[in-house]
Design a protein around this ligand. Structure first.
Ligand SMILES: [Mg+2]
Length: 214
């Protein structure tokens, strides 16, 4: 069986939902936390809690901004049809928040395709508190460990394709049989000398998989 695992924000969407929310609703300190995460000074596990803890606007207000501004990535429908026609299993792995990414995913008509992400509640000040993920963590780097899902698929004997663009994709992409990347993930995989195919939009991935079957 072939299984496709994809990041959500910035990969299946036109922009990152958490970055959008941080820009709109957090104070500028979040930039410094982001820098520390990207440099490896702190893990995403700690950084995401700190960053999102700065967002205190209610969920309805956050969802309204997301609903107005986040759109499907270029080529999403073509890519999803390509995967479905081949009978491949698709799973979306998000470092974002399930209540927002899940709502968009449903709205775009893909509610039947599993999406895993972080969940949140509100702390005593009414600000976002990221809930500890229920799935196990392989390296304890991220709250929602994407790599765990890949390793389970590999144990099932599946060939695994991974698609992503950011920090929470570094660890899972390393485990995949075929990698598609852009942004920070592309740079990371190049630095690690791991084989990777660059993509700019989802049409590129359809074209590459058509020409180079896994
Ligand atoms: Mg991303």
């Amino acid at each position: 069986m072939i299984e496709v695992f994809s990041d959500f924000d910035g990969t299946l969407t036109n922009q990152d939902t958490l970055v959008l929310l941080l820009h709109r609703f957090a104070n500028r300190d979040w930039y410094a936390i982001e820098e520390r995460m990207l440099s490896g000074a702190i893990t995403e596990l700690d950084g995401v809690r700190e960053e999102l803890g700065m967002i205190c606007a209610p969920d309805e207000q956050l969802m309204q901004v997301i609903d107005n501004e986040i759109e499907p990535a270029d080529g999403l429908d073509e890519f999803m049809s390509f995967v479905q026609e081949r009978g491949w299993r698709m799973t979306v792995l998000s470092g974002g928040l399930i209540r927002f990414s899940g709502a968009l995913w449903d709205k775009w008509g893909y509610g039947n395709v599993p999406l895993y992400a972080n969940d949140h509640r509100r702390d005593s000040n009414g600000c976002i508190e990221v809930i500890s993920a229920v799935t196990p963590r392989i390296k304890n780097l991220c709250n929602h460990c994407k790599r765990w899902h890949l390793e389970e698929a590999i144990k099932r004997g599946s060939k695994v394709i991974y698609i992503g663009d950011g920090l929470t994709d570094f660890c899972p992409a390393e485990a995949a049989h075929r990698r598609y990347a852009k942004g920070n993930l592309l740079q990371y995989l190049h630095d690690k000398n791991l084989e990777v195919v660059e993509f700019k939009n989802l049409h590129d991935i359809v074209n590459d998989l058509s020409e180079n079957p896994i």
